[in-house]
Design a protein around this ligand. Structure first.
Ligand SMILES: Cc1cc2nc3c(=O)[nH]c(=O)nc-3n(C[C@H](O)[C@H](O)[C@H](O)COP(=O)(O)OP(=O)(O)OC[C@H]3O[C@@H](n4cnc5c(N)ncnc54)[C@H](O)[C@@H]3O)c2cc1C
Length: 465
């Protein structure tokens, strides 16, 4: 068994509470790890007439990540980008043998067909950590990835990440706190400058979109409502190479010019160390900051690293063209935690929502097919022909850069030819595309109302909590 459970804790998995294997005559049980893009699209498509489903995740909602940056400055409210899992798959809250467990999976025993979990801590349960196990007929691992820090000293301690709603909440609180503190009497000029220096590390789409949102916030809201701070607040975006390296060269140039015109200071540099109040670059420069957001891509999580499963290049869980984990039966992996094994001859796909979502959709269809052929129970799918493998076609990339401007790059890959455009029309396409992608009508409504409110009244800058 591969696991993250502390070996000193001597877990006797025979005595753990949990769900026992399904009996003959009962529906097969699918256990899904995660509640992100991949897991939720799979859950949405899963045929619950055929399967019972158990979803295990440390959060009970899916995050609509493409709009997360907008929540940090109050363009959108947090609830507008969080979609409860039980709305995506109603069986989780209503069907007799289907459940959602707020827990993290700590280990998988592929011989016993069991997963071992730890309930969210400090919840007042009979023991803490509260461990339990769940037996599966089919296991779907969609546990995502962790931010890459390249083991740079001080990043985990002092930087904020932007992957979850609570990260966006922390960023918003810190930004508003610094704005308030900078107005206190007696604050020295240098200290005021530091407090109001927002630094973003990583010039990928997330770093650029967040910088664009910040510069919008400064241009429109800070200038009007924090006039004492307006001459001090600054945004610096630090990137080791060039920003938006996966975008077409003309779009990159457009983004660079636009961000610079919007007051974002672009710095090419490599971070060596992060201290509580300043960043040290490898060329010897130090950059004082009040808010530091780290966004340099993702890599395999501790959980994924701990699993005794084949690995793809880069350390993700290795899968074949049908998203199966070969060498173990009835285990599938998808999204940011999975990558094609070298022997498939396919490249590991980028860590994108559009990959995760389409894999989720594909797998739900595959499960329907397997289930209809009576292959849903553990060990029963080996001889079932699976049909077409998963094929990914990239639909293109988009990124907003602030002030009603965005980039749209519809090329299938970096070297292909195709339409690319930038400006207001692209921004309109960006907003419309994401508005239609938001999972529920409820959140689509929230997003539209938030955008309209921000347009008319400006961003909400109350610091609650
Ligand atoms: C700010 C931001 C903006 C983005 N913008 C875009 C964009 O515009 N377009 C695009 O295509 N992509 C975008 N992405 C990337 C996209 O969000 C990811 O590729 C996508 O979320 C991957 O989906 P996933 O389901 O694999 O992982 P995630 O969505 O990260 O979900 C992983 C899930 O697993 C859970 N989990 C973690 N560990 C465990 C465990 N041990 N046990 C059980 N559950 C666990 C997590 O709580 C989470 O619910 C963006 C990402 C971010 C952070």
């Amino acid at each position: 068994m591969a696991n993250l459970i502390d070996s000193d804790a001597e877990v006797d998995d025979g005595r753990l509470p949990g769900l026992e294997p399904t009996k003959p005559g009962e529906k097969p049980r699918v256990v899904v790890l995660g509640s992100g893009w991949a897991a939720c699209r799979f859950l949405k498509g899963l045929d619950t007439k055929i399967y019972d489903v158990v979803c295990i995740s440390p959060r009970n909602h899916m995050v609509f990540t493409p709009l997360l940056a907008s929540t940090c400055v109050g363009t959108l409210e947090f609830r507008s980008v969080a979609e409860p899992v039980s709305r995506i798959q109603p069986a989780l809250s209503g069907a007799p043998n289907s459940y959602f467990y707020l827990a993290s999976c700590m280990g998988v025993d592929t011989d016993k067909y069991e997963v071992y979990c730890e309930a969210t801590p400090n919840a007042g349960l009979p023991s803490d950590p509260y461990l339990f196990k769940v037996a599966y007929d089919k296991l779907v691992i969609a546990a995502g990835a962790d931010p890459l820090t390249f083991n740079i000293k001080g990043v985990r301690e002092h930087a904020l990440f932007l992957r979850e709603v609570n990260h966006a909440q922390e960023i918003r609180k810190k930004l508003l706190l610094n704005l308030m503190l900078s107005e206190n009497p007696g604050i020295l000029e240098e200290e005021r400058k530091r407090l109001l220096h927002c630094v973003v590390i990583g010039g990928g789409p997330t770093g650029v979109e967040f910088s664009g949102e910040l510069s919008d916030f400064i241009m429109r809201d800070v200038r009007q409502r924090y006039s004492h701070a307006k001459d001090y607040i600054r945004v610096t975006l630090i990137e080791a190479n060039e920003i938006l390296s996966s975008f077409e060269v003309g779009l990159r140039q457009y983004a660079t010019n636009h961000l610079t015109r919007s007051g974002v200071h672009l710095v090419q540099g490599v971070v060596k160390e992060v201290l509580p109040d300043k960043i040290l670059l490898s060329d010897g420069t130090d950059i004082p900051y009040g808010l530091l957001v780290w966004s340099t891509g993702v890599g395999p999580s501790q959980f994924v690293k701990s699993l005794d499963l084949p690995k793809a290049p880069g350390g993700r869980i290795g899968i074949d063209e049908w998203l199966r984990v070969p060498s173990v039966e009835d285990v599938f992996a998808l999204g940011d935690c999975a990558g094609f094994l070298e022997q498939t001859g396919k490249q590991v796909l980028p860590a994108l929502a559009q990959v995760a979502e389409r894999q989720g959709k594909y797998l739900a269809e595959l499960f329907r097919k397997i289930g209809k052929e009576n292959g849903g129970k553990a060990g029963c799918a080996a001889d079932i022909p699976l049909g077409d493998p998963f094929i990914y076609r990239h639909l293109g990339s988009m990124a907003s850069v602030g002030r009603y401007k965005a980039l749209v790059d519809l090329r299938q890959n970096k070297d292909a030819k195709g339409l690319s455009m930038a400006g207001f029309l692209s921004w309109f396409i960006w907003r419309s595309a994401y508005l239609t992608r938001v999972v529920s009508w409820r959140n689509r409504f929230y997003v539209a109302v938030n955008w309209a409110t921000t347009f008319v009244f400006g961003r909400d800058n109350s610091r609650i909590g």
